[in-house]
Design a protein around this ligand. Structure first.
Ligand SMILES: [Zn+2]
Length: 316
């Protein structure tokens, strides 16, 4: 059976995703969701981003899971051009972002004021009919919550809507949770929603690298994403954690991303340098190999695991 995965240029066969980085950004807009205007041109972003995408492609990257939902700067026109010009598959998302301490700032008012069922309907429609009138379908659901050590009512509403959307569509939820302390509460909510554990990815699990929680919840069946690879100063925390997951036979639930990029739209003038997308291949893989991690394991994670996480609907 041919299984197709939605990218911004249309469906591709899951086998054609190849080497997939699971968490990158191309444009991020830090203005409030209801205050975002496109005060940049698609051309200038593409010109800025393209060399870094081409560098990653030359190093073997075939697919990028773009992790920026509506309200944080999702810009389909930019993603389409970047994909066309680089030859990299780009997968976009539905969902909403309420990470850090923004308290709803990046969640559009229409979503903030909707019920769980209304949000579920909006997100499900994007999977079924495409986003707005573009015909472009998302590949997964992105969320961010729990960074202040608790899950606020808005965040709980978003998580329940994501769980219900996932149950309707089969798509996986990538959930940013920096503060490991918030994970049990999030998982409790998805349990109440009776969502299968493998529909939930703990994004930024490597932020605090709380190995006890990683193992405890990994054993329940959730995915664990190590995605700070583009941002960390050094990689010392990774090989021991990868080995531990291997010992516990949990490597099949690990995903890799870098949180790299991006073209930043923000209020202050401070320069935020772009984090190159090729770092994974140029620095992280050689470092892990030097530390005794089998390169084949890494390849399997960025091909087989990524592909499985994106094609769950067909597995249930
Ligand atoms: Zn991110």
């Amino acid at each position: 059976m041919i299984i197709l995965i939605s990218t911004v240029l249309g469906p591709v066969k899951k086998e054609d995703l190849g080497v997939t980085l699971f968490h990158e950004h191309i444009v991020v807009n830090l203005f409030s969701a209801d205050d975002q205007e496109k005060n940049y041109s698609t051309e200038e972003v593409v010109k800025y981003i393209l060399p870094y995408l081409i560098e990653a492609k030359d190093k073997g990257c075939q697919t990028i899971v773009e992790a920026t939902p509506l309200g944080l700067g999702r810009d389909l026109e930019v993603l389409v051009e970047c994909s066309k010009k680089s030859g990299i598959n780009i997968i976009t998302c539905t969902g909403a972002w309420d990470g850090s301490n923004v308290r709803g700032k990046n969640v559009p008012k229409a979503i903030r004021e909707s019920t769980i069922e209304e949000i579920t309907a909006v997100w499900t429609k994007e999977f079924e009919e495409g986003i707005d009138d573009t015909g472009i379908k998302p590949g997964y659901i992105k969320l961010a919550l729990g960074d202040e050590g608790e899950i606020f009512p808005l965040q709980e509403k978003l998580l329940r809507a994501a769980a219900r959307t996932s149950k309707k569509t089969g798509k996986v939820i990538q959930c940013h949770i920096w503060e490991a302390f918030s994970l049990p509460k999030a998982v409790q909510i998805i349990e109440e929603e009776q969502l299968p554990y493998d529909r939930f990815i703990w994004v930024h699990a490597d932020g605090q690298m709380d190995i006890e929680k990683i193992l405890e919840f990994g054993k329940k069946g959730i995915w664990v994403e190590f995605d700070g690879i583009g941002a960390v100063e050094d990689f010392t925390k990774y090989p021991p954690a990868i080995r531990k997951l291997q010992e516990e036979k949990l490597l099949s639930q690990l995903l890799f991303g870098q949180d790299s990029g991006s073209y930043w739209i923000k209020e202050d003038e401070e320069e935020w340098p772009l984090r190159p997308y090729a770092r994974f291949f140029k620095e992280f893989v050689p470092y892990c190999v030097k530390e005794g991690i089998d390169e084949e394991l890494i390849t399997k994670i960025i091909t087989e695991n990524s592909k499985r996480a994106l094609s769950l609907s067909q597995n249930h």
